[in-house]
Design a protein. Structure first.
Length: 345
């Protein structure tokens, strides 16, 4: 275990929040339902959840169909933004994406604040990154494109959606991929609003949302104005959305989501952040300052633990992420704590 994991946050950010290191650790998943909560889940599992699942897949298929039509005959990354009739089918992709969220039980989708135009802020910076349903939160602000791995463009059904929202694709094995992506972002920014916005989740991977992870600098390399976006899920007492590598897996979390009567998402659009000349030259400083600002918006502490710490914790704890194991723990033991406290001592 790393020194940071064993002894707490080296810069003291988390300990100052008044909570224990274990309670606020970003890679810990816990769930403490009441008897009534478990009873509701059990009833939903055999009644509403299967119906929701059918609708989710139906809308994924519909979104994929209209997305494929919108990019029909185009290369992976067109030289020009979508226009004309293609935008009609792209808008349908956004509509069906929001229907996916609604079908999954996300019945309250609230957007607060004013979304800047692509000319004002070519990049949207979203945090915290906690869930596989964060892209559905993106649909609430028009389903902007993302800076995404090339592999995502090849995913059955979902790949077409990445293409329809005009994402920028990078090769996993290309050591110069960050610079290429930055050049593409800058090119779009200089088009003065001709291209739609891109959305970036600068933490890079999921946490439980109890603290803000370090921001990767890739999105800040172009030195363009950004609009911070914060995301909150309503039910933090019962966390049915966080997807952490040390906790229940993707199928497990979606089964919880489908069995929860109502889930709410609140997306808050904050004022555009214009980088100073110093920040344009120093992406690390730019990323740090935006992260500090978003930490204050969210009223969340910051943490310096990173993906290496997560990998080590996964290696040590060897979590059983299966849905059967999760539901057995919930119904028999009545709670989930992953990893257990021994891995943080």
């Amino acid at each position: 275990m790393t020194k940071e994991l064993a002894n707490g946050e080296k810069n003291g950010n988390i300990s100052k929040s008044g909570q224990s290191w274990y309670d606020t650790h970003p890679f810990r998943y816990s769930l403490y339902p009441t008897v009534n909560d478990r009873l509701v889940w059990l009833i939903m599992a055999f009644t509403v959840a299967p119906i929701r699942l059918v609708f989710v897949f139906t809308f994924i298929i519909l979104a994929s169909i209209v997305a494929n039509i919108s990019v029909m005959g185009l290369p992976l990354e067109p030289a020009q933004p979508l226009s004309g009739w293609r935008l009609v089918f792209r808008d349908l992709t956004v509509f069906f994406s929001r229907c996916i969220a609604f079908s999954a039980g996300i019945m309250s989708q609230t957007v607060k604040g004013r979304q800047a135009s692509s000319k004002e802020a070519p990049l949207l910076i979203m945090a915290p990154h906690t869930s596989s349903i964060d892209p559905l939160a993106g649909a609430m602000v028009g389903l902007p494109g993302a800076v995404s791995m090339m592999d995502n463009a090849k995913i059955p059904l979902l790949g077409a959606i990445f293409r329809a929202n005009q994402s920028i694709f990078v090769e996993r094995g290309d050591p110069d991929s960050r610079n290429k992506a930055a050049a593409k972002i800058k090119m779009r920014a200089e088009a003065k609003g001709a291209w739609p916005q891109l959305i970036v989740l600068p933490e890079g991977f999921c946490s439980n949302g109890k603290s803000l992870l370090p921001f990767k600098t890739g999105a800040f390399l172009p030195g363009v104005s950004v609009q911070p976006i914060t995301v909150k899920y309503n039910n933090r007492r019962l966390d049915v959305t966080s997807w952490v590598d040390t906790g229940p897996g993707l199928i497990s979390m979606w089964s919880l989501l489908l069995c929860t009567p109502i889930t709410r998402i609140e997306v808050m659009l904050h004022p555009v952040y214009h980088p100073s000349d110093e920040e344009k030259e120093n992406p690390e400083l730019f990323a740090k300052n935006v992260r500090d600002l978003m930490s204050s918006y969210l009223k969340l502490p910051k943490t310096e633990v990173d993906q290496n710490d997560l990998r080590e914790l996964v290696k040590r704890s060897r979590p059983n992420r299966g849905a059967v194991h999760m539901w057995k723990n919930l119904l028999v033991n009545g709670y989930i704590e992953m990893p257990s406290r021994e891995y943080f001592s």
